[in-house]
Design a protein around this ligand. Structure first.
Ligand SMILES: *[C@@H]1O[C@H](CO)[C@@H](O)[C@H](O)[C@H]1NC(C)=O
Ligand SMILES: *[C@@H]1O[C@H](CO)[C@@H](O)[C@H](O)[C@H]1NC(C)=O
Ligand SMILES: *[C@@H]1O[C@H](CO)[C@@H](O)[C@H](O)[C@H]1NC(C)=O
Ligand SMILES: *[C@@H]1O[C@H](CO)[C@@H](O)[C@H](O)[C@H]1NC(C)=O
Ligand SMILES: *[C@@H]1O[C@H](CO)[C@@H](O)[C@H](O)[C@H]1NC(C)=O
Ligand SMILES: CC(=O)N[C@H]1CO[C@H](CO)[C@@H](O)[C@@H]1O
Length: 401
């Protein structure tokens, strides 16, 4: 059964293939680097004599790995593309090319794919780390860490996609472990960078960011008015300002509990950003803010910069707390000590209460000199205690019923 089915399938496939012909693949592949970032890949292709004139042949190409959407078509025998080593951390730009029929022409199928191996002029090597540029009036201030400081570094850049000369760094500087320079590029966002040492080279798009927004805080009665100037780039963009603050936070909380911060977002299209927070005059406020583009503009953001502090924690609350705990504590300790003192030295402070009967007797005897014999403490009469007990028993009738 199975073999019969297989035979049928094979026959059907053979019949189809007889009718269908495969287009020949591109041949004589070659490439040329037009500049540090751009490669021109070209090939030859011989049109089969039996291919109908009406058949419109194009070439499909893409860089591996690619999704279907990233595949492009060209009617020419070459393509020019940007290929950056850091996009795939490799010095080879692996393309796939095949001939394809742009219009259906009966039976002809795509050619077998071919892979021209395109290698960068200089092998890839990680020469810089943490490359980042911050927008600054009319250009970008870029900084990085050199992987091997003993190697001389050649850095050049260009706006991506512009067939222009590469530019070198302006105003090179070194600070701590970092070094940097200034790129005069205007507001263009995509900057292609080439960093090379004797060890190798890297080509990449510069990661861009903004300086944290400058926050001004002003007191207006019961509230604090916050404002930030609009970002210098992306005037047509919708921006999100995210700000976080602590209120009355003690030093310990400030440094150890980021959750103690309250955060809010304000979205605006150009102009000065404004926000208000209720103000307690006895509190210290600390603010952090950052800015980021909304979804419709190229992704651009700043970090949360250094904080802005307003007001001080007036220690009234603290003194009240101290008073509420310490003062009663001191008082109770004093009372306890006093009680202890009284007990110990009661014979000095309150001399022994004399027995009135002794005084009376001495008075009767005409002795005017009052004597307070030590150790003669007043004791209630036994009969008096008994009568008291009786009264107590009688006065509690509930228990007897
Ligand atoms: C790329 O190479 C092809 C074939 O050599 C050539 O015709 C074409 O002009 C080149 N493209 C550029 C932009 O140099
Ligand atoms: C290029 O990519 C193809 C498809 O992923 C793969 O078969 C081929 O080995 C790769 N060639 C090189 C030189 O990496
Ligand atoms: C770029 O930033 C560095 C470090 O923050 C600074 O010293 C330098 O002046 C800046 N350069 C320009 C051109 O703004
Ligand atoms: C740096 O660039 C200069 C001028 O373009 C070149 O002469 C030199 O060989 C380059 N050095 C390295 C290490 O790439
Ligand atoms: C503000 O917006 C950013 C970006 O959409 C988001 O990541 C963040 O969580 C938001 N913060 C607040 C407090 O809503
Ligand atoms: C990071 C990345 O995209 N890596 C890819 C580089 O290319 C090879 C094949 O050419 C892929 O397997 C990697 O995933």
């Amino acid at each position: 059964m199975a073999s019969a089915l297989e035979l049928l399938t094979a026959l059907a496939l053979a019949a189809f293939l007889c009718n269908a012909e495969r287009l020949p693949p591109p041949t004589k592949l070659s490439y040329e680097w037009l500049d540090t970032f751009t490669v021109n890949v070209s090939w030859s292709w011989k049109r089969p004599s039996n291919l109908p004139e009406s058949c419109n042949i194009k070439f499909k190409y893409w860089r591996e790995p690619a999704t279907l959407l990233e595949r492009r078509l060209t009617p020419w025998n070459y393509f020019t593309e940007k290929c950056l080593t850091e996009e795939n951390q490799s010095s080879d730009c692996n393309y796939t090319i095949k001939a394809t029929n742009a219009s259906p022409c009966d039976g002809w199928t795509d050619s077998r794919p071919v892979n021209p191996a395109v290698f960068t002029p200089k092998p890839r090597a990680e020469v810089v780390k943490g490359f980042k540029c911050l927008f600054e009036a009319g250009g970008m201030n870029c900084s990085w860490t050199r992987v091997d400081p003993s190697h001389e570094l050649n850095l050049s850049y260009r706006v991506c996609g512009q067939a222009k000369e590469l530019k070198g760094c302006d105003g090179f500087y070194t600070s701590a472990a970092k070094e940097g320079c200034y790129f005069s590029v205007g507001d263009d966002t995509d900057i292609c960078v080439h960093a090379a040492t004797e060890a190798g080279a890297m080509t990449f798009k510069a990661v861009q960011g903004l300086h944290p927004p400058k926050l001004s805080v002003a007191e207006h009665g019961q509230s604090l008015h916050l404002s930030w100037p609009p970002p210098e780039v992306g005037k047509a963009c919708v921006w999100i300002h995210e700000f976080c603050f602590t209120e009355c936070a003690e030093e310990k909380e400030r440094s150890h509990v980021p959750d103690a911060r309250t955060c809010r977002n304000i979205t605006r299209e150009g102009g000065v950003f404004k926000a208000q927070v209720p103000y307690d005059k006895n509190c210290r406020y600390e603010f952090w803010s950052r800015v980021l583009t909304d979804k419709y503009c190229p992704q651009l953001s700043s970090d949360f910069g250094a904080s802005v502090v307003f007001g001080v924690n007036v220690p009234t609350n603290r003194m009240q707390t101290v008073a509420a705990i310490i003062v009663p504590l001191i008082l109770s300790v004093s009372v306890l000590l006093a009680c202890y003192c009284f007990r110990r030295h009661s014979h000095i402070i309150f001399p022994t209460v004399p027995n009135p009967r002794v005084i009376l007797k001495e008075m009767m005897n005409g002795n005017k000199e009052l004597k307070f014999p030590a150790g003669d403490v007043y004791m209630p009469e036994a009969e008096y205690t008994d009568s008291l007990k009786l009264v107590q028993e009688n006065s509690d009738p509930g228990q007897k019923l």
